[in-house]
Design a protein around this ligand. Structure first.
Ligand code: RP5
Length: 166
């Protein structure tokens, strides 16, 4: 890729940020440019519209949208762009994110949102990196390294447990 790949993370409230921070850090580690925005589909709909409709021309490759409660943010973003949109249901509601999960996953046919697990900030970042990696060899290699390191950590933990149980 000639330009630095760009992922945008949009959240409905700054209260969503703790779920997103580790994914943000991961994207930075992969040398992906990340922009972060607080914008709400119901409190600041014009900002969401402006952002989503201009994202392609501003060079954004993938959008991660995170929201809690009756979470329509990722769906509204997807309505205004053909870029891939990854939705993260946030758990901070009375229904612990089940409401957001259903709102984001059950998009009516025609406007897709790739839905992560409740509070799945890290997987959203990894999924965004996988999309970027289709055209960016450096990111593809960093993703492979990440997987390799992750496997090694699991095997080390297993080894430590086996020793403890002897
Ligand atoms: C949603 O409402 C946000 O995405 C957040 O998860 C939830 C609560 O927002 P705050 O009341 O914390 O601002 O729109």
């Amino acid at each position: 890729m000639n330009k630095l790949a760009k992922v945008a993370i949009i959240m409905g409230s700054d209260s969503d940020w703790p779920v997103l921070e580790s994914g943000y850090e991961l994207l930075k580690e992969f040398h992906i440019e990340v922009e972060v925005l607080v914008a709400s589909a119901h409190r600041t709909p014009e900002v969401v519209h402006e952002f989503a409709s201009k994202a392609v021309e501003r060079g954004v490759d993938v959008i991660i949208g995170a929201a809690g409660a009756a979470a329509h943010l990722p769906g509204v973003i997807a309505a205004y762009t053909t870029l891939p949109v990854i939705g993260i249901p946030i758990s901070g509601s009375a229904l612990k994110g089940i409401d957001a999960l259903l709102s984001i996953a059950q998009m009516p046919s025609g406007i897709p949102v790739a839905t992560m697990a409740i509070d799945g900030g890290k997987n959203a970042a990894l999924y965004a990196a996988s999309i970027v990696a289709l055209k960016d060899q450096e990111v593809a290699e960093k993703l492979s390294d990440f997987r390799k390191k992750q496997s090694e950590q699991v095997m080390e933990k297993n080894k430590a447990l086996q020793e403890k149980l002897k």
